[in-house]
Design a protein around this ligand. Structure first.
Ligand code: ZN
Ligand code: ZN
Length: 388
């Protein structure tokens, strides 16, 4: 390990107690999407105390922030923090660790500022990953416009450098028919629930003709008012997921066609409710990954193989479609602990979480240093990004 990297790792170790405390505080005060007022406040205060210039409520998002360490002209590297909790089960996705690791990476770099190569470091607070699409709003608000590369980590039950993320597009279908007495005059009715059921049948047939890594799943959000009334309105909500943007939109079009066909078959009218919170697939960047993995090896991390069949979605995918980005998975829970479970929530404040947090902060700070130290690596990452 180079002297500078040893200094950076040492700075994280010096901050270990503070970082764990920050992680535990966020963990003990779970705040759901766009309500992360305490977490955003604590992280902003911590980074300001480390010498960062902190802008609160960037891009008009109240619980977002951007903390900047400006060390002159050079590459701009963004380290991302998430800190939203899940409804009912708290920090069962371990975002408290993501937050503390990102803040820790920034703080460690601030401590060696005098010896850092030129460039700009942003620690960006990105709220509402769990369904709210905070990063989508920050992208639209221009937060990533001047960024050359971005990185964050996510807690997991093992160490994995890259994990594919499925893009996800959400679409609602509202069918309108005509109410009638279901026994006395059913022939007078137009059954909106039938249109919903037919949509599900159509989608079930479609499912066989899509690639195995695509996912289509839905629920009935309105199934009618009473069993003795032919339902005049009924609705469903579908999620379509795929690992490539073009596939995702192609399947989305076919799912919409399933609903249109059902409307035609039943005589209902259809309103399609598009959702702007489209999470895009994760675009891989080998250049950044290689740097990150080399730092993991220096830190003694033993990586597990990528997981091919258990795929989720995240708005960091959208970030990876606008700038080179990585989201390595960090072990913070015992093997076999699934995220979004009570066990993962408990682990996110346990001893493995402390170890994971510190290693994540070190490896992100070291990788940021690599990029500032050799801007040709940033150019390489951007070339790779542009070529895919
Ligand atoms: Zn989650
Ligand atoms: Zn998560």
């Amino acid at each position: 390990m180079s002297t500078m990297k040893a200094l950076i790792a040492g700075a994280v170790d010096d901050l270990a107690g503070d970082l764990e405390q920050l992680s535990h505080r966020i963990h003990a005060n779970p705040e759901v999407a766009y309500q992360e007022i305490k977490a955003a406040g604590w992280l902003s205060e911590f980074l300001a105390a480390q010498g960062f210039a902190v802008e609160r409520a960037v891009a008009g998002v109240e619980t977002a922030f951007r903390a900047t360490l400006d060390n002159g002209d050079g590459p701009t590297i963004a380290i991302l923090c998430e800190y939203d909790a899940l409804p009912a089960i708290g920090h069962a996705c371990g975002h408290n660790v993501i937050a503390a690791a990102g803040a820790g990476a920034g703080a460690a770099l601030a401590r060696v500022r005098a010896r850092l190569p030129r460039g700009r470091i942003h620690v960006v607070g990105t709220p509402a990953e769990e369904g709210g699409g905070g990063k989508i709003r920050l992208i639209k608000g221009g937060v990533f416009q001047s960024v050359d590369a971005a990185m964050m980590v996510h807690g997991w039950d093992r160490w994995i450098g890259h994990q594919d993320l499925l893009g996800i597009v959400r679409v609602g279908f509202e069918f309108t028919g005509k109410a009638a007495h279901a026994a006395a005059d059913p022939w007078e009715g137009i059954n909106a629930l039938d249109a919903v059921i037919q949509t599900f049948n159509n989608v079930s047939m479609l499912r066989q003709q899509v690639r195995p890594d695509a996912r289509i799943h839905g629920i009935v959000t309105n199934g009618g008012a009473a069993a003795n009334i032919i339902p005049e309105s009924a609705a469903a909500l579908f999620y379509v997921r795929a690992p490539r943007l073009d596939d995702m939109w192609a399947i989305h079009r076919r799912v919409v066609a399933c609903a249109e066909g059902a409307a035609r078959a039943t005589g209902c009218s259809l309103r399609i409710v598009e959702n702007e919170n489209t999470y895009e697939p994760m675009k891989r960047n080998e250049t950044l990954l290689e740097l990150f993995r080399a730092n993991w090896r220096d830190l003694g991390v033993e990586e597990s193989p990528e997981i091919r069949d258990r795929l989720g979605s995240s708005d960091v995918g959208n970030v990876s479609q606008v700038v080179p980005a990585i989201q390595p998975l960090v072990k913070i829970a015992p093997d076999g602990t699934a995220i979004h479970s009570r066990a993962f929530e408990a682990a996110a404040a346990g001893p493995l979480a402390r170890a994971g947090l510190l290693t994540a902060a070190k490896s992100m700070a070291m990788t940021t240093f690599d990029l500032l130290d050799d801007p040709s690596l940033v150019a390489k990452a951007r070339q790779e990004f542009a070529a895919i």
